[in-house]
Design a protein around this ligand. Structure first.
Ligand code: ADP
Ligand code: MG
Length: 624
């Protein structure tokens, strides 16, 4: 054979990740062990899975494990697994290139905050490189379980620009990683320290992690398991403490933070399965950034055998923040993604997952409002997708949503729809809300003035998804949701009809004059019953899309027909009065357009011709 040894350069982005990992994650350097053990455990899972179809892969060595050893004289740490191993191509693909999209997104997601970034590393599939936080040389020797002895591979790198590859004979299947520790990382050459790290991060890895005892600082004797090595989710709830659940979550979810809540259930019946589902404390970056279709948070096992990550059929997109394990007794071991798609057992499990998570969130909302507020901040917008996606659970989901309101103070002071309905005023028959680009814009909307003046609560919505979500929700507890800037406005539900008629009659003249002055610029001009302080605002028809949504969609490149707004004016306002009394046609025209332009601005819109606005404003101010 020729050219079995070669030197290759890392792809540019790998080099960049390496640099960032080694320099910015130094404060969390311990994670390297967790990441390498997690890879070894994945490799064992893969072997167990492949051996279902090809039992010969296990030949003579069915006892799957990870061995950890240290050598104080050589300054090395060695991690050995008898898992699936890698071929030469796989070594190049998995460790030398960025074939996996994770690397690029990892770089984009880095925040510079070491604590946050250290969470990212495991989640983006760049965990292997964490070895270079503590090692200045890493030697990986591997042989795929189905390859012959001669087809082993050795990969070596000092983590700078290059790595070397060599084909050589490797007698046993699996992967051995030798870390040549940097001279100031000798603290890891200590059996107690290593055991402590395993207990902290990897206790619940489902395979034995084995070590020898320490004698005079060196390993000595037989290898013995130092972790629990059991599938935690199969143990009875009564045996497990909160700390057990939290530790499992952290090792399994590559997260340093505690989860917010979890639910653990064993279901026995026409089919049997176990669920252990977690709500994280913060957004898991892979699941959130990847968007609706990419979910890695849920692992599917069949009778303790790991089958796949991100089984999206088991959870709907609107619960994509959930992480955990589903272990089924009844699905076939050779289950594929295709098979999952249209499977009765799977849809039952999925319904159970949804129900359990909703139960959990309802309990959290009731028992721990502070944690629930954190949930809302992190995942409230994802949950809103459920309103559209899952009509059967719409009511339950709606109860879990929280919104800012004119009765709270601040974007975080949120209320539930139940709170709102519970304190509606006598005679009020709709739930009022306004949508805008930001909390400030929603709170300052002129359209809510009259309601505020009457003490009627208005929900302030400023998330992109809100308008869309409300389109599906429509009503809550029999009360319609109504946008304050849409349709005819009647805060008092008709009780003040006579008064309204008088106002309209008195304003008929100025409304006419405005209509003539503005002409084609507006669909209509009306006297407003919504305003108290502002001179004017824009309103839409019942079924028009809110102006800020139209804007957002246009910015996103959609072709949205502009619905011409209706201008409503406050006939009592001094500026409107001034327009009414203005006899000079030029000045009257300026005032009319200024009223329209400022209504546009107050709604968060941009003017088509800002320079003309400024000139007009200056003319009016200077009385020219
Ligand atoms: P991730 O584990 O998220 O995929 P890593 O950077 O930790 O990302 O590992 C990259 C890839 O290298 C793994 O997906 C796997 O294919 C391969 N790999 C790493 N360690 C091992 C191992 N011990 N045995 C087999 N393959 C491994
Ligand atoms: Mg990994």
């Amino acid at each position: 054979m020729t050219a079995t040894a070669e030197t290759r350069r890392f792809e540019a982005e790998v080099a960049q990740v390496l640099h960032l990992v080694t320099h910015s994650l130094y404060s969390h350097k311990d994670i390297f062990l967790r990441e390498l053990i997690s890879n070894a455990s994945d490799a064992l899972d893969k072997l167990r899975f492949e051996s279902l179809a090809r039992p010969e892969l296990l030949a003579g060595d069915a006892d799957l494990h990870v061995d950890l050893s240290w050598d104080p004289d050589a300054g090395t740490l060695t991690l050995t697994d008898n898992g699936i191993g890698m071929s030469r191509e796989e070594v190049i693909d998995n460790i030398g290139t960025i074939a996996r999209s994770g690397t690029r997104r990892f770089l984009d997601a880095l925040s510079g905050d070491a604590r946050k970034d250290s969470r990212l590393i495991g989640q983006f599939g760049v965990g292997f490189y964490s070895a270079f936080i503590v090692a200045d040389k890493v030697t990986l020797t591997t042989r795929r379980a189905d390859a012959s002895e001669a087809d082993g591979v050795r990969w070596e790198s000092s983590g700078t620009g290059e790595y070397s590859l060599e084909t050589l004979a490797v007698p046993e299947r699996g992967t051995r990683i030798v870390l040549h520790l940097k001279s100031d990382e000798r603290e890891f050459l200590d059996g107690w320290k290593l055991r402590d790290l395993i207990a902290r991060y990897s206790d619940h890895v489902a395979f034995p992690i084995r070590m020898q005892a320490s004698k005079d600082g060196k390993p000595d004797g037989e290898f013995e398991a130092v972790n629990q090595a059991s599938a935690l989710w199969m143990r009875p709830k009564s045996e497990l403490t909160d700390a057990d659940y939290q530790a499992f979550y952290k090792s399994f979810g590559h997260d340093f933070n505690d989860p917010l809540a979890w639910t653990h259930n064993r279901v026995e019946g026409n089919q049997s399965y176990t669920l252990l589902l977690y709500v994280p404390g913060a957004q898991p970056f892979d699941a959130m950034l990847g968007g609706r279709d990419e979910r890695k948070g849920l692992k599917l096992y069949v009778r303790r055998v790991y089958i796949m990550d991100g089984a999206e059929q088991l959870l709907p997109p609107w619960l994509r923040f959930v992480r955990g394990v589903v272990d089924s007794d009844d699905l076939p071991l050779n289950v594929s993604r295709e098979l999952l798609q249209d499977n009765r057992l799977v849809s039952q499990i999925r319904a159970a997952c949804i129900k359990r998570v909703l139960d959990l969130l309802e309990k959290l909302a009731k028992d721990d409002p502070a944690k629930f507020a954190q949930f809302t901040r992190e995942f409230g917008n994802v949950l809103k997708e459920g309103i559209a996606d899952d009509p059967a659970n719409r009511e339950r989901i709606a109860k879990l949503l929280r919104f800012a309101s004119t009765h709270g103070d601040g974007a975080d002071k949120t209320v539930s729809l139940e709170d709102y309905v519970g304190r509606m005023q006598a005679g009020q028959d709709v739930i009022w809300y306004v949508t805008a680009d930001s909390f400030a814009a929603a709170k300052g909307s002129p359209q809510i003035e009259a309601l505020k003046a009457r003490g009627v609560e208005v929900l302030l919505m400023f998330e992109r998804i809100d308008e869309w979500m409300i389109g599906y929700l429509g009503e809550f507890a029999g009360k319609k949701l109504r946008h304050v800037a849409k349709g005819q406005f009647d805060a008092a539900g008709g009780a003040d009809a006579e008064q309204r008629r008088q106002v309209e009659e008195a304003a008929a003249g100025v409304v006419d004059k405005l209509k003539q002055s503005l002409g084609e610029r507006v669909r209509d001009v009306r006297v407003s019953h919504r305003l108290t302080d502002s001179p004017a605002c824009l309103v839409l028809d019942e079924h028009d899309m809110a102006l800020h949504m139209q804007r957002l969609l246009r910015e996103a490149g959609h072709d949205v027909p502009a619905s011409q707004p209706v201008l409503e004016v406050n006939s009592a306002h001094a500026l409107v009065r001034r327009f009414e009394g203005e006899t000079d046609p030029g000045r009257a025209a300026d005032l009319a357009v200024l009223l329209l332009d400022q209504a546009q601005l107050a709604g968060g819109g941009a003017l088509e011709d800002p320079a003309a606005f400024v000139q007009r404003l200056n003319r009016v101010i200077l009385g020219g």
